[in-house]
Design a protein around this ligand. Sequence first.
Ligand SMILES: [Zn+2]
Length: 504
Amino acid sequence: MSPRHRKAFIAALMHETNQFSPVPTNLSSFGIWRPAGAGEPPCALDTLAYGTYWRRALDEGLAVAPGYFATCQPSAPVSAADWAALRDEMLADLARAGSVDRVFLFLHGAQCAQGTDDVEGELLAAVRAHVGPQVPIAVLLDLHANVTRRMLEQADYLLACLEYPHTDYAARALEAYDLLDRHVRSGLRPVTAAVRLPIVGAYPTTLEPMRSFVEHEREVQRQAGVLSVSACHGFWLSDVPDAGATVIAITDGDPVRAESLAMELAARFARAAVPAGEGLAAPEAVKTALQFAAATGKPSVIADRCDNPGGGAAGDSTFLLRELIASGAAGLTLAMIWDPMAVDFAHRAGAGARLALRLGGKVGPRSGDPLDVVAEVVVVRDDARQAAFAQGEPRLDLGRTARLRIGGVDVIVNSERQQVFDPRVFTAHGIDPASCRVVVVKSTTHFRNGFAPLAGAIIDCETPGSVTTDPTLLDYRRLPRPMSPIDPGTPRTPTPLGVFSRVS
Ligand SMILES: [Zn+2]
């Protein structure tokens, strides 16, 4: 193909669907950036892998036909009609792109809609039907993807980020760029082997033994003939038959090697996926955090991991805030309580005002009871931002925000539900988290990249939130059972999903 025909179609659709989330989802829940033309990627948005791929293409002189970039905070499934609208808009973008010689999609891998368990599989089948069998498709997934046979059949290159926190989206996007480029220029012959494991859960890659597993994946990927390897951990709040961990190995034309690599990596993953210990209950978490802060002279960071909006929780639970206030201690801070009404009241009252507020605890029983407090409004803003994984410029809009002081506790409330990634959530409101005694963040793992450097200790707290890892709180109906570690003693036996190749 002559250089003038070299053109990539790129698009992004990211929604981690939590079937137990109390937060409903519709089209307006998605932030959709629609490109005006070929131009350049938007610099005001955190476009992660989508922007990285696009900028690399610009550097290399590859034409890009951009489709939309759509993201949504994790929440309940969208309706069938809204899913159809999202799919059809991407297909319309693709049709407008005209002739393309490669496709790069940035998808989550654990998106469901009402009546559709495998959104990504359906989407890939539709994109494949449009571009035909010869155009290579690379997909970058979230590490928490539930990989399906359909996804494996339709894509040439299925990659997931290797890190949790997902700090390597940019690096993986560049790998996808190179694979597609080599495919088009020199005829790579990708063969994918995939192996399923009956394992789900949260396994941060910053901690051993998962840290060494990721280093091993990187070593394997450097071997001659190996194009890519990934380990998707699966999403335990997707109550679907394809939920679970999947290991993927892609070789250049060698199915036997792909299979043996995938099995070897799956066996290693099964040993490395060690469940985190049970978190402390809120009263113990606060007590322990204060003790550690006194001992280390540094802040203790408490992860309110079960009320993590980044996994589909409401983000307005009050269990920890109640304990912070009850402790009577000073130098405590918490972010963020999602409470648009409290934010609105604080903005109307203005900085410096004192007002009685009924705070948080509004979405449902897993949010706890609302707190009736008298708060001082310290700061109000409508332009505060953070960066995903605390990487680069802060481009995630927090919505309208307020810093409220209740006794010795400074709490950030906001109007756009999201987890805390970045210490700039605090500094944007005049709080230096490094000089606090206790810092509470509503996040499970992604906060670690930004907060581990300042923390004297990190303490996991277990509350009844919607991102719980306690299976007794979740009414699973369709998850394959037995599943480790939900069903204790489940054998972690790998099952091959098959070998997939589009090259004849
Ligand atoms: Zn994830």
